[in-house]
Design a protein around this ligand. Structure first.
Ligand code: 6GU
Length: 266
């Protein structure tokens, strides 16, 4: 996959592409990237890239001239072209998979109050927001999108890791087409078994795989109910999950699970 990012502050992006798993993916030829400084496409001697908004209002807008020229040079709109904006469609894992299937991706980072609508109409194929809050720079949002997308490109991370996060809970597909999307991850522990007088839940050191799986599913349901109850409103939750949900609600949602209770075993 080739990723082109258009920005007024490409220095904000460079460190990400030169570090960690992304750096390795680039080295292995799985991902290539280009960081384009929009200011290089400004035509006046001040390299001006923004101006006041027609009709009035606070803030400045990015000029269509330099940005349009940069987009043209990047191959938009023939290539999938994403504008990062808080007024876009809310980003999710299904969109990440959709973008990961593209050979080329062009991202536009907005600054100031945004960009001229005519640039959006001419070059942008997707307007994407990463969440219901306002960031001062589209660069941070672009990196969130890039991170979610490139790791889904074949070979970037092991298929095993992807399979685990997608299917680990053995649930039917959620609305985004992946199984794990239905429930949040259960709590995890490593050595030592007793840390600061807090022992690891006993069931996890029991070696009883069925009980461990039951405990994890139950904790996932409990956590999802507490943090993301809307995920549980989805139709088609497996009967086992709905049963756990009823039990947790009756308990008040906070009681320690008792997986050793034979009455609760399947
Ligand atoms: Cl994509 N950009 C900005 N500036 N703020 C945001 C956002 C994007 N998504 C959420 N907030």
């Amino acid at each position: 996959m080739n990723i082109t990012v258009l920005s007024l502050f490409p220095g904000m992006l460079r460190g990400f592409f030169e570090s960690s798993i992304m750096a390795r993916a680039v080295k292995r030829g799985l991902v290539s990237y280009e960081l384009v400084d929009i200011r290089d496409y400004a035509t006046d001697r001040h390299r001006k890239c923004d101006d006041e908004v027609f009709g009035g209002g606070a803030g400045m807008l990015m000029l269509p001239g330099p940005l349009g020229a940069a987009l043209e040079a990047a191959g938009s709109p023939a290539k999938r072209t994403v504008f990062l904006t808080p007024s876009g469609r809310l980003f999710n894992q299904a969109m990440a998979r959709d973008f990961a299937a593209e050979r080329d991706l062009v991202l536009v980072c907005g600054h100031y109050e945004g960009i001229d609508q005519r640039v959006i109409d001419t070059y942008v194929t997707d307007e994407v927001s990463i969440g219901d809050y306002v960031l001062s720079s589209g660069e941070v949002a672009a990196l969130v999108l890039v991170d979610a997308v490139y790791r889904l490109v074949d070979g970037v991370i092991t298929g095993e890791s992807l399979a685990e996060e997608s299917f680990g809970l053995g649930l039917p597909e959620g609305s985004d087409g992946r199984k794990s999307a239905s429930l949040l991850e259960y709590p995890q522990y490593t050595r030592p078994a007793d840390y600061a007088s807090m022992p690891v839940p006993e069931v996890l050191t029991s070696g009883h795989h069925a009980n461990i799986a039951r405990w994890r599913l139950r904790e996932s349901v409990r956590k999802t109910l507490a943090y993301r109850p809307e995920l549980l409103a989805a139709a088609g939750l497996p009967e086992e999950v709905r049963r756990l949900l009823r039990e947790i609600v009756i308990e008040g949602g906070s009681r320690e699970p008792d997986t050793e209770d034979p009455g609760r075993a399947n």
